[in-house]
Design a protein around this ligand. Structure first.
Ligand code: SF4
Ligand code: F3S
Length: 112
């Protein structure tokens, strides 16, 4: 199994998750993060750090699309290990529906 970042991260990108990961397996896109499924050691410590509960175990049902997306973009986006400020308008996107359709971007983030 692995943990995956899901839709609720999009345009929230609070980044509270990255610093607790013992194996530094978060990767940064323009509007969300992903977890590298082959690097994640399934410790689960990042899960309670996310204020919008965007990190899920891939054993939960219905997450196939997100597992695929995490795997694909973890190999294309830069690694991120240090918590920066969230986007200034992050709070406006909490709980918004269909964020993938409306806002997903395949562009890389800054990384560190
Ligand atoms: Fe990192 Fe553990 Fe979260 Fe996997 S479950 S991304 S290893 S903190
Ligand atoms: Fe995204 Fe939550 Fe981390 S919003 S950047 S998964 S703290």
């Amino acid at each position: 199994m692995t943990y995956v970042v899901t839709e609720d991260c999009i345009r929230c990108k609070y980044l509270d998750c990255v610093e607790v990961c013992p194996v530094d397996c978060f990767y940064e896109g323009e509007v969300m993060l992903v977890i590298h499924p082959d690097e994640c050691i399934d410790c689960g410590v990042c899960v309670p750090e996310c204020p919008v509960d965007a990190i899920k175990a891939d054993t939960e049902s219905g997450l196939e699309k997100w597992l695929e997306l995490n795997a694909e973009y973890a190999s294309r986006w830069p690694n991120i290990t240090i918590n920066r400020d969230a986007p200034p308008d992050a709070d406006e996107y909490v709980g918004v529906k269909e964020k993938y359709q409306k806002f997903f971007s395949d562009k890389p983030g800054e990384g560190d």
